[in-house]
Design a protein around this ligand. Sequence first.
Ligand code: B12
Length: 219
Amino acid sequence: MSDAAISGILQEISRSISDLQGIPQVKKLVDKALKQKIAVEEIVEKGLKRGLDEVGSRYEKGEYFLSELLYAGEIMTSLFDVLKPHMKQDVIDRKGTILLGTVKGDMHNIGKNIFGMMAQFSGFRVCDLGVDVDSKTFVEEAKRTGADILGMSTLLTSTLPEVKVVLDRLKEAGVRGSIKVIIGGNAVTKQFGEEVGVDAAALDAVEGLEICKRWMAEK
Ligand code: B12
């Protein structure tokens, strides 16, 4: 398949999400892309995520409302079962444990779930704490599971300060030195990651996974 044809399908997927063309239509297009052997990561990043970004900007401009955000989220969640069987699976032994959650005050879970799914398929054990996770829970679960990596997701700028709260609690509990911390989500930038003192800030799930794999290989 030519590059132009691939980018054509990915654009169609992106548009079907941004125009909220409905679950059956989006599923049909994703199926078409999978049949053409386009990698799940590419479908997510260059198709689905771009569509959701456009939904976000239409919301910002006042063209879409909360109901449209909700519906876009519903479409995405309905696609998980379609994408899951096509994820690349590593046959290597268990790589380590990732504790995962969306920070307190934030209910977004699509990106976190995508990262979690990819990590699982790459051989990581993933303990997903869900959304709206407070710092106390992150610390308790870090101790209980003995996780190698803590992954936090945050899509809202208003919840970014929570990352610092969790880092401080980890330090107070004496576990910061034994766990790597990575953050991701729409609100995250490399600069914020450096300022706040996490070990890494990932701009997408693929980059995040590469970083986690590297950490485990270095251990
Ligand atoms: C769908 C959606 C919703 C849905 C979420 C449904 C769900 N189940 O998650 C609902 C309707 C619930 C929602 C609610 C709200 N939302 Co909203 N939402 C979105 C939207 C359109 C898409 C988010 C999404 O899923 N993106 C796709 C995924 C795949 O991308 P991602 O999360 O960034 O994840 C990728 C990477 O970042 C990475 N990643 C993510 N997490 C992690 C974690 C780790 C460890 C790693 C390594 C990687 C990683 O992996 C993913 C794949 O690469 C965004 C727009 C946008 N551009 O993101 C707005 C957006 C995030 N929402 C926004 C807002 C304002 C809200 C509300 C406040 C609206 C309101 N008035 O109530 C509420 C907040 C509720 C709350 N307390 O959380 C704003 C945030 C603005 C800001 N800067 O703070 C955005 C940016 C829209 C906008 N442009 O204005 N929303």
